[in-house]
Write a new protein. Structure first.
Length: 427
């Protein structure tokens, strides 16, 4: 039942009650006027009589803030449902705020109208959405910085490439000039007949060649220093990019955890469960792989919340999550389905193996101790099991496990039942 529908029903009930009160008073006035043998009974006379009746005044009084005990219970149930749905979507620090809010409402009751009742959880959700938006902006800024760093690296790389091309061109020119010079020396050597003249000419040419090599060496040293400086700058930039990339990876993991992990227990959430179920069904259909589905539910969870408060209820959910991690295999997919209900996908496990696993979990939890402030709190679970079959859908395989879970609770709780235990009523 939606909040709007609930409030509408309350208004209609109140309106009907007022109509009955006014109708009763009207009949009484008409009888009274009849006994007085009034010959002229008109609207004005009836209105004057009606206005003197306290019950009519009370019925016509506009008091939207007044609510009955039944209204209060209905509104509390609506608000608790809304808060629980919020709790499934938001991270742990927001969930804690919602739990505190629920406990406060349970202690104080409802005052004012239903809109006021929902203001606080809505404000909490708005803050969460704002925080998500803030993180997205941070990631966007990280990406901008990384692109900027990459651009800064690209510039010296392009410059170095241009420098290397220029060096190659200069080296080729130097080789060509040297070959021409050597060719000139050869021609001059053939032209001279005097050994002294040849020696003098060669010494001058060799000196010029030596100066050319020295000049080239100085230029190469300068270019080498520039290259070293460029590589040093690039290394620095690369380290900055590496740091930025690591930060982005961490942020991405945090966001992925929020998207696919239950904020309270740290287990996979409903979204992750839906995706894994689709994958498991596809594998079962394509490769004939066997798998089973286990649905667990904490027994008398509402009683834990009502007796000890929602904070302890949250601790119970976390404790159950720890127990499931301890007792199940690493490749078993454990998820919180919603509220106090958990769903486990058991790959490569037939119904017999799933029963063994279910009984192991059930008995382990029943033997374990869950306490709060030195007070031991009973914690048991009921389990329903189904197996994946060809032609199954996400809904069909879950419904069979859910029916088995209902049967386990109906049989006294702290029990394991399978789809094979369900008795189909004859049509």
């Amino acid at each position: 039942m939606t909040q709007k529908a609930c409030i509408k029903e309350i208004d209609i009930a109140s309106f009907e009650e007022k109509v009955y009160v006014i109708a009763d008073e009207l009949l009484g006035i008409l009888k009274e006027l009849s006994r007085e043998n009034q010959k002229q009974i008109n609207c004005k006379l009836i209105a004057e009589k009606m206005s003197q009746r306290e019950t009519v005044k009370s019925a016509l009084a506009h008091n939207p803030a007044a609510t009955s005990d039944t209204d209060i219970v209905q509104l509390r149930e609506i608000a608790n449902t809304v808060i629980e749905k919020f709790s499934e979507m938001v991270p742990s620090h927001i969930t804690e705020n919602l739990s505190v809010f629920k406990d406060a409402l349970d202690r104080k009751g409802i005052s004012g109208n239903a809109t006021d009742w929902l203001d606080s959880p809505l404000d909490i959700l708005k803050k969460y959405i704002a925080s998500i938006s803030g993180r997205n902006k941070e990631l966007e800024e990280f990406m901008k910085q990384t692109i900027s760093h990459l651009s800064a690296i690209e510039r010296p790389l392009a410059s170095e490439l241009s420098s290397q091309k220029q060096k190659f061109t200069e080296d080729r020119k130097f080789e060509e000039d040297l070959n021409k010079y050597m060719s000139t020396m050869k021609d001059e050597c053939n032209a001279f007949t005097d050994i002294t003249a040849i020696k003098t000419a060669f010494m001058g040419k060799i000196e010029n060649i030596s100066k050319g090599f020295e000049k080239k060496r100085e230029k190469d040293i300068l270019r080498l220093k520039e290259t070293e400086k460029t590589l040093e700058d690039m290394s620095k930039r690369m380290n900055e990019v590496k740091h930025e990339a690591e930060e982005i990876r961490k942020r991405s993991q945090e966001i992925e955890i929020e998207v696919y992990r239950d904020a309270l227990t740290g287990l996979h959430n409903r979204k992750a469960y839906d995706e894994r179920m689709t994958e498991t069904l596809a594998n079962a259909e394509r490769y004939d792989l066997i798998a089973s589905l286990m649905v667990c539910d904490i027994d008398f969870f509402k009683k834990i919340n009502d007796t000890f408060g929602h904070k302890v209820g949250d601790l119970a959910l976390k404790k159950l999550a720890d127990f499931l991690r301890e007792r199940l295999r690493k490749n078993d997919f454990i998820s919180r389905y919603g509220g106090e209900e958990f769903v486990i996908i058991l790959p490569h496990t037939d119904i017999s193996g799933a029963i063994i696993a279910g009984e192991g979990i059930r008995s382990y939890i029943a033997r374990s101790v869950f306490s709060y402030k030195s007070r031991e709190i009973p914690l048991t679970i009921s389990v329903g099991i189904s197996s994946f079959k060809k032609g199954d859908t996400v809904t069909s395989v879950f419904e069979r496990a859910d029916q088995a879970l209902y049967l386990a609770k109906k049989s006294g709780r702290n029990a394991v039942k399978t789809e094979n235990d369900i008795v189909v009523e004859p049509s």
